[in-house]
Design a protein around this ligand. Structure first.
Ligand code: GTP
Ligand code: MG
Length: 321
């Protein structure tokens, strides 16, 4: 409980937009990075309602019973979604979130500069450093973040529903290519037959795609998170696959890529924060007047703004909104 409270506090610190928190947050992250290497990072993605949280509740409990410590970071994809869905997630992971060896946390994304993954990536590192050895990142695979999940996790599980054939056609190729494992969920009750049909179709479709960087194609499972069917098999496969890819050096290669990507994101975010700085914004507003009045052309105006930013090293980070 003590670890959980400390971890929650640490995550709040790195999520903080207060300039005064930044040095502490950055120092903490720097210390945590080397301690995070032993953990397994698994991304779980799929359309809203496919059963990600339900599955993670079952999977997480299985892992805990096997002696592991499990963290789940759920990304709420859009500011349009209400707090209700976050609460919903908590309920669906009730058993897990109440277990002392688990840590469940939704990452708010609305209002944060730099997209979905900016803080989740960092929260993952903190979880690993706090001793959680299996870290799941739950995200809805819509828009850009389906590719971002690749940037957050060692391996990615894509959850699907067994609908009609057009269900499969609806899956974007990008997400198919980003998944290391696929599972058709809700294969229970009336869906038992359509489930295995969909799995067969999916295997055929996958055979036409090039293999992943690991050299292999995603294995397809069918499961029922609700009835806890085939979840253990899926969990075992994820662990085995991770070990396998680790041995081959694939995990290390993906992590190196993530570190470089993280750096790029920090640079991008810092520049964006500078651009949002009050002094810079005031300066831009002023220059805009000149452009509007036709006294300054846009090219020279942009240069002036950039020069202002460059020659004012004291420009602090963006003020909190
Ligand atoms: N029949 C059946 N229902 C399921 C199964 N898994 C989840 N559900 C139900 O599907 C609904 C959505 O499940 P969630 O686990 O919240 O789905 P999610 O993918 O986390 O949804 P978001 O977080 O909103 O993206 C809930 O009512 C679950 O009870 C399953 O295997 N079979
Ligand atoms: Mg969920």
């Amino acid at each position: 409980v003590c670890v959980r409270a400390g971890l929650a506090k640490a995550i709040t610190l790195i999520e903080s937009e207060l300039p005064s928190d930044k040095p502490f947050a950055d120092a903490l992250l720097g210390k945590c990075i080397p301690c995070s290497e032993g953990a397994i990072f698994i991304g779980v993605t799929g359309v809203p309602g496919v059963g990600k949280s339900t599955l993670l509740n079952v999977m997480g409990m299985e892992l805990i019973h096997a002696g592991h410590r499990v963290a789940v970071l759920a990304i709420d994809p859009s500011s349009a979604r209400t707090k209700g869905s976050i609460m919903g997630d908590k309920t669906r992971m009730d058993e897990l979130s109440q277990h002392p060896n688990a840590f469940v946390r939704p990452s708010p994304t609305s209002g944060i500069l730099g997209g979905v993954s900016r803080r989740t990536r960092e929260a993952c590192i903190l979880c690993a450093a706090a001793g959680y050895d299996h870290i799941f990142i739950e995200t809805v695979g819509v828009g850009q973040n389906e590719l971002e999940i690749d940037q957050l996790a060692d391996i990615t599980l894509l959850l699907l529903l067994a609908g009609a054939g057009d269900e499969l056609q609806g899956i974007k190729r990008g997400i198919m290519e980003a998944a290391d494992v696929m599972a058709i969920n809700k294969v229970d009750g009336e869906n038992l037959r359509t489930g295995s049909q969909a799995a067969a179709q999916l295997r055929n479709a996958l055979a036409l795609l090039p293999p992943r960087d690991s050299g292999s194609r995603a294995q397809v499972f069918t499961c029922s998170a609700l009835e806890k069917e085939q979840v253990q098999a899926l969990t075992d496969h994820l662990q085995l696959l991770h070990a396998n890819l680790h041995e081959k050096g694939v995990i290390a290669a993906r992590r190196k890529k993530r570190m470089v990507n993280w750096m790029a994101q920090r640079i991008h975010d810092s520049l964006l924060a500078q651009l949002n700085n009050v002094k810079v914004r005031e300066h831009i507003t002023e220059i805009e007047q000149h452009v509007f009045a036709g006294q300054l052309n846009p090219i020279n105006a942009a240069d002036q703004v950039l020069e202002f930013m460059r020659t004012n090293p004291e420009i602090p980070r963006a003020e909190p909104e």
